[in-house]
Design a protein around this ligand. Structure first.
Ligand code: ZN
Ligand code: ZN
Length: 183
């Protein structure tokens, strides 16, 4: 495997969060526009720990989401100061923990820390692995012309082009039809 299981979880989560941003979402809307939408999103992602479910928390998560979404635009060297700052701002201190039936994995802030802070630190911990493994180019934008989604390519050969099966099927169909039309 390319990364540790908890790193993979963090990266998958980071992309899913970025894809709720109006600049990346399928609907073109902000898909975290209410505490209820945030609750649904975190349930889908199986997110644990402190969760206040209020407007202040939502605002902080939305701000954090913008920071994470924008990291996809950066080159590896330029991402480093951002990742370092996400960790230092939270005084991140890695430790191993087992909770909620999950085997030993790394946290760097307490489960009782505010949600947005936990998200920033977890995503930064994931990206830290990506950077030091020199795999930054696996943070990609979808190759479908009509999609602004982002993803992390976790495939073995690193050849993934699309954010989702939906995009991959759609583009393959279009390319197939174009080939048929040419013949
Ligand atoms: Zn955990
Ligand atoms: Zn896509």
């Amino acid at each position: 495997m390319l990364f540790a299981p908890d790193t993979i979880d963090s990266l998958v989560f980071a992309a899913a969060l970025a894809n709720t941003h109006p600049g990346a979402s399928r609907s073109g809307d902000d898909e975290l526009a209410s505490p209820r939408q945030l609750t649904e999103f975190l349930d889908q992602q199986g997110y644990r720990g402190r969760f206040d479910r209020d407007d202040a928390e939502l605002a902080e998560v939305v701000e954090t989401r913008s920071q994470i979404h924008d990291l996809w635009e950066l080159r590896r060297d330029d991402a480093v100061p951002h990742v370092n700052r996400l960790l230092s701002d939270a005084s991140a201190m890695p430790f191993l923990v087992r909770h909620d039936g999950l085997d030993w994995h790394v946290h760097a802030v307490a489960l009782s820390a505010p949600l947005a802070e936990r998200i920033r630190v977890e995503v930064a911990m994931g990206l830290l692995d990506v950077i030091r493994s020199n795999e930054w180019e696996r943070l990609r934008s979808c190759a479908a012309e009509d999609c602004t989604g982002v993803f992390v390519d976790l495939s073995r050969n690193g050849s993934k082009r699309f954010c989702s099966v939906r995009c991959s099927n759609r583009v393959n169909m279009i390319e197939h039809r174009a080939r048929v039309a040419q013949n």
